[in-house]
Design a protein around this ligand. Structure first.
Ligand SMILES: NC(=O)c1ccc[n+]([C@@H]2O[C@H](COP(=O)([O-])OP(=O)(O)OC[C@H]3O[C@@H](n4cnc5c(N)ncnc54)[C@H](OP(=O)(O)O)[C@@H]3O)[C@@H](O)[C@H]2O)c1
Length: 354
């Protein structure tokens, strides 16, 4: 099947995903029967373009990373802004990768709502929509008979949502804890080895893992929004980031982190969720942990999530040293899943017709 792809956001994640798409074009066709072309790309400062044909993704990526506008691309026309593009694009799937807004999840929620309402499948790497509108987005997708997928939002390409959906049938997630933010973990482990906060942050920025606003990482917002997303999707709650008791790593000194290391302890930014007396409690904050413990041993950009379940006990998923390519892979995995869903839908449609 040939899929028409649209992009809302064309930054680090979307461009890395485009590279994978282009490099694996023939594998996708032969292994999955998945062919694709790009009909729309929206950015904030590099233009929003629509095309009736196929936008050259490599050229678009070169253009944006070089700081140029997409408006000059061959056979495209100006879509004015992202909402207009979403309302008018001819697309089967929209990839939403605009920056995280930890206050209300916008404009991602509005973009996704508009796309789903038009019957366009949505794949996002942005956790804002899960923390502020998961149940609405899910219901809208079901109502329109399309998919809403988001594997890359919490642990990049490491399966978390797919793990729970496909590999833990009948099990209930009763709580979780983990180290979920790569930037703060990279800084904390860097401080342990005597490097400065700013040095570590700069290096993390170069690798593309830092949020558009680094304060979202440092003040614990990213981990908070991830924890709320996990709770809403895996535990069925309708929590919001404001419900979380949140502390970041801004007030930790290098001396404190090094002192803990000398005592055999590691300071990690930990997210925890549990149901206590029938009430959901989510906390994010630095914790002093034994260095040899599962969470204390997590270094660099690595992440760990422990799911607590009724039937499977505790299950840990570790993402080892992820980079931007792992998030891009999540978009690819979701794309293949949506393609399978569409093929199944088509087969059901044709067998009903028959
Ligand atoms: N980076 C990671 O490792 C990682 C991992 C997991 C999840 N995520 C999530 O993935 C998303 C994208 O991250 P990123 O690193 O790719 O961010 P990024 O490099 O800052 O790119 C964001 C893109 O969104 C565009 N944009 C901003 N506002 C927009 C709007 N209203 N309409 C259309 N486009 C808009 C920007 O346009 P301009 O370039 O013109 O400003 C840019 O192209 C974020 O939600 C982030 O939380 C990132």
């Amino acid at each position: 099947m040939e899929l028409k792809l649209a992009f809302a956001g064309f930054g680090n994640v979307a461009r890395s995903f485009s590279r994978i798409l282009c490099e694996h074009r023939s594998q996708l066709a032969t292994q999955f029967g998945l062919r694709w072309r790009t009909t729309a790309i929206a950015t904030a400062n590099h233009g929003c373009v629509l095309s009736g044909g196929d936008i050259d993704l490599e050229e678009a990526a070169t253009c944006v990373s070089g700081g140029y506008s997409l408006l000059g691309l061959w056979r495209t026309f100006d879509a004015t802004n992202t909402f207009h593009l979403t309302d008018n694009c001819d697309a089967d799937i929209l990839f939403e990768t605009t920056p995280l807004n930890p206050i209300n999840g916008e404009p991602a929620i509005s973009i996704i709502r508009r796309a789903l309402s038009r019957g366009i499948n949505v794949i996002t790497a942005n956790k804002g929509p899960l923390a502020f509108g998961y149940h609405e987005m899910k219901a809208l997708a079901i109502h329109r008979g399309v998919s809403f997928r988001f594997e890359g939002t919490v642990m990049d390409g490491t399966p978390v949502f797919n793990l729970a959906e496909y590999c833990l049938p009948a099990a209930t997630v009763t709580g979780f804890y983990g180290v979920l933010n790569s930037t703060t973990n990279f800084i904390l482990t860097g401080l342990e080895t005597g490097r400065s906060f700013d040095e570590c942050l700069l290096e993390a920025r170069k690798s593309g893992i830092v949020e558009a606003d680094p304060e979202h990482d440092i003040d614990g917002w990213d981990a908070t929004v991830k924890a709320v997303s996990l709770a809403n999707v895996l535990m069925g709650t309708d929590a919001r980031p404001r419900d979380v008791e949140r502390r970041g790593i801004r007030n930790l000194s290098a001396e404190e982190v090094r002192g803990a290391a000398e005592e055999g302890l590691a300071i990690r930014l930990v997210a925890r969720a549990e149901i206590a007396s029938g009430k959901l409690m989510i906390r994010v904050g630095p914790e002093r942990l034994p260095r040899e413990s599962l969470l204390g041993a997590i270094r660099g950009t690595s992440n760990v999530l422990v799911l607590q379940t009724d039937l499977m006990g505790e299950l840990a998923v570790v993402e080892y040293d992820p980079g931007i390519e792992q998030t891009a892979y999540a978009l690819l995995a979701d794309l293949i899943r949506v393609h399978e869903d569409m093929l199944r839908g088509r087969r059901r449609g044709s067998s009903r017709a028959g």
